[in-house]
Design a binder for this molecule. Structure first.
Ligand code: NAP
Ligand code: MG
Length: 475
C-alpha cells in the first residue's frame, strides 16, 4: 500500500483518507489518498501562481529537457508503474504497459517541441517592418481527468501545458490516485521546479469544483463524462476563462456486405472488448447490412466467447475487471434491460465479483437505450440496416460524435463515409479504439467542446495565446 499524497508547492502533503482497492482483488489496498479541501486547492493554485513566471522565463528547450528526463525516468520504472496501474485500474498488464509507454512517448514528443518552431513570421504591408507572432502561456491551468487512462490522459494534457510555460494544478479521478503520482514523481525527480505541477486528490464535487471555479485558473481542460463536463463548461465560461472538454461517446461501426466478416468481427471485438469496454472510443453499436448479418453476429460472439476475463496481472487474462461497483452496476443494469427487452444475446452469464463476460445483443432497435446511451462496459448492440445509406444515417443519428468506423473494401463508400460521418476520428477497417499521439484527437457535439484538439503538435494551442509583434527597423 502506498500513500498517494497531494503535491502542493513541491511538498507531498495530506492526511490519507480515501482507500483504493484493487478491483481484481479487494484484499489488496493499492493506495490511500487525501481528500483535498477547497483550502488545499487554493494553496495549490497559489503555489502554481507563484512558480509560473519563473517557469515561463526558462527557454522552451530547458522546459522540454525536463519532460524528456521525466520520460527516461518513467521508462526505467515502466514495469513497476504498469503493475501498479493494473492493480489500481484493473486493465491487463499488457494494456497497462502500453498506456505507460504512451505517457513516456507523449513526454518525449512535447519535450522535443521545445526545439521546434513556435509562432510565425508574416509579411507586412508596411515598409521596413517585420511581423512575427509569439505563443504566450496562459498562466495557471487546471486539469480534471478520468480513471480509465490514469497516466496517459494526465500526460497528454500536462506535457503541452508545461512545455508552453504554464503551471498546472491537476485533480485526477478519485479511483486512480497512484498512477498520477508516478507521473508527478518522475517530473519532480527530473528537476521540475516546486509549484510548477500540483496534484490535488479528492472528490470531483469538492476538490474538482474548487479548482474549476478558481479565478486564478486561466483555463480548464477536462476529460470525463458529458454530464460533468457540461456543468464545468458553464462554470468556466461564466468567468470568461478557456475550457476544453473531451467527454463521452457512443461509437458506432458499420459493417457492409462486401466486408471480410472475420476481419470485421476481429476489428469490432478489439474496439469493444479491450480495456473492458471502458474506453471513450470503445465500439458499442454496430450496424450490419443483410448479407453479412448472421455470419458477422456469429463471428463476433465467438470473439466475445474467447475473451478471458480475470485479474489483469495473470498472463492468460485478456480482459480485466470492471473498475468499480458503480460501473459494474451500470453495466449489469444495461445488460438486464436488454435481456428483458427480449434481444438475442446468445448466452449471458452473471458477473463473478468484478469480472464480467462480454455480451453481444443482436436485432436491437436503433432507438433503444442500449444504442443511445453510453454504458462504458464490454456490451455491444447490433442493429440491422438495409444498406450503406441507412447505416450512415443511423451512425450519424446520435448526440455523441467521438469515433466511428466502417468495414468495407469499397473505396468509394469508405471515402464517402469519411467525408460524411459526423465524428472527430474516423477508422476505416481499423478499430475505433487505438490512436496515435501525433494526430489530433477530439470529438464533436456532446462528445467535446470541439474548439481545440488534444494531442499532436496543435495541442499547444489550447495552452497558449497568440500575440502579434510589429518591428520597425528603420529608426
Ligand atoms: P467523470 O465522472 O465525469 O469524472 C471525470 C473527472 O471529473 C473526475 O476527476 C471526477 O472526479 C471529476 N468531477 C466530477 N464531478 C466534478 C465537478 N462537479 N467539478 C469538477 N470535477 C468533477 O468521468 P469518469 O467516470 O472518471 O470517466 C468516464 C467518462 O469519461 C466516460 O463518459 C468516458 O466516455 C469519458 N472519457 C472521455 C475521453 C475522451 O477523450 N473523450 C477519454 C476518457 C474517458 P471523481 O473521480 O472524484 O468523480
Ligand atoms: Mg465518475
Amino acid at each position: 500500500m502506498t500513500n498517494a499524497q497531494n503535491l502542493i508547492g513541491g511538498a507531498w502533503v495530506g492526511e490519507p483518507i480515501i482507500e483504493r482497492r484493487n478491483p481484481a482483488n479487494p484484499d489488496d489496498v493499492v493506495a490511500i489518498a487525501p481528500s483535498a479541501s477547497a483550502a488545499d486547492v487554493h494553496d495549490a493554485v497559489a503555489a502554481a501562481t507563484d512558480a509560473q513566471p519563473g517557469w515561463a522565463a526558462l527557454t522552451a528547450v530547458q522546459r522540454g529537457a525536463i519532460l524528456m528526463d521525466a520520460a527516461d525516468l518513467l521508462r526505467r520504472r515502466h514495469e513497476e508503474i504498469a503493475t501498479d496501474l493494473t492493480r489500481e485500474e484493473g486493465k491487463t498488464r499488457a494494456e497497462a504497459m502500453g498506456e505507460v509507454r504512451r505517457a513516456i512517448d507523449v513526454l518525449r514528443f512535447f519535450g522535443s517541441a521545445g526545439w521546434r518552431p513556435s509562432g510565425e513570421t508574416l509579411p507586412s504591408t508596411m515598409p521596413n517592418t517585420s511581423v512575427h507572432t509569439r505563443r504566450e502561456p496562459l498562466g495557471v491551468v487546471g486539469l480534471v481527468t478520468p480513471w480509465n487512462f490514469p497516466i496517459a490522459i494526465p500526460a497528454w494534457k500536462m506535457a503541452p501545458a508545461l512545455v508552453s510555460g504554464n503551471a498546472v494544478v491537476i485533480k485526477p479521478a478519485e479511483l486512480t490516485p497512484l498512477s498520477i503520482n508516478h507521473l508527478a514523481t518522475a517530473l519532480i525527480d527530473a528537476g521540475l521546479p516546486a509549484g510548477v505541477l500540483n496534484v490535488v486528490h479528492g472528490s470531483g464535487s469538492l476538490a474538482g469544483d474548487a479548482l474549476v471555479r478558481h479565478q486564478e485558473v486561466a483555463a480548464v481542460s477536462f476529460t470525463g463524462s458529458t454530464g460533468v463536463g457540461m456543468a464545468i463548461r458553464d462554470v468556466v465560461n461564466a468567468r470568461n476563462a478557456r475550457v476544453q472538454l473531451e467527454m463521452g461517446g457512443k461509437n458506432a461501426y458499420l459493417v457492409l456486405d462486401d466486408a471480410d466478416v472475420e476481419a470485421a468481427a476481429a476489428t469490432v471485438a478489439a474496439g469493444a472488448f479491450s480495456l473492458t469496454g471502458q474506453a471513450c472510443t470503445a465500439t458499442s453499436r454496430v450496424y450490419v447490412t443483410p448479407g453479412v448479418r448472421e455470419v458477422f453476429v456469429k463471428a463476433l460472439r465467438e470473439k466475445a466467447g474467447a475473451v478471458k476475463s480475470g485479474n489483469g496481472l495473470d498472463p492468460g487474462t485478456t480482459m480485466g475487471p470492471v473498475v468499480s461497483d458503480a460501473q459494474l452496476a451500470k453495466d449489469v443494469t444495461a445488460i438486464h434491460a436488454a435481456v428483458e427487452a427480449g434481444f438475442d444475446a446468445g448466452e449471458v452469464t452473471e458477473p463473478k465479483g468484478q469480472f464480467l463476460a462480454p455480451v453481444v445483443f443482436s436485432g436491437v432497435p436503433h432507438d433503444h437505450p442500449l444504442v443511445t446511451r453510453e454504458v462504458f462496459g464490454p456490451v455491444v448492440g447490433v442493429i440491422d440496416v438495409a444498406d450503406y445509406q441507412e447505416g450512415l444515417n443511423l451512425v450519424n443519428d446520435s448526440p455523441y460524435g467521438l469515433t466511428a468506423g466502417i468495414c468495407t473494401r469499397d473505396l468509394g463508400k469508405a471515402y464517402d463515409f469519411a467525408a460524411r460521418v459526423r465524428v472527430g476520428v474516423v477508422k476505416i477497417n481499423r478499430p475505433t479504439t487505438g490512436l496515435d499521439l501525433n494526430v489530433p484527437f477530439g470529438g464533436v457535439r456532446d462528445s467535446s467542446t470541439n474548439t481545440f484538439r488534444e494531442q499532436g503538435e496543435r495541442a499547444v494551442d489550447f495552452y497558449t495565446w497568440t500575440k502579434s509583434v510589429y518591428i520597425g527597423h528603420d529608426l
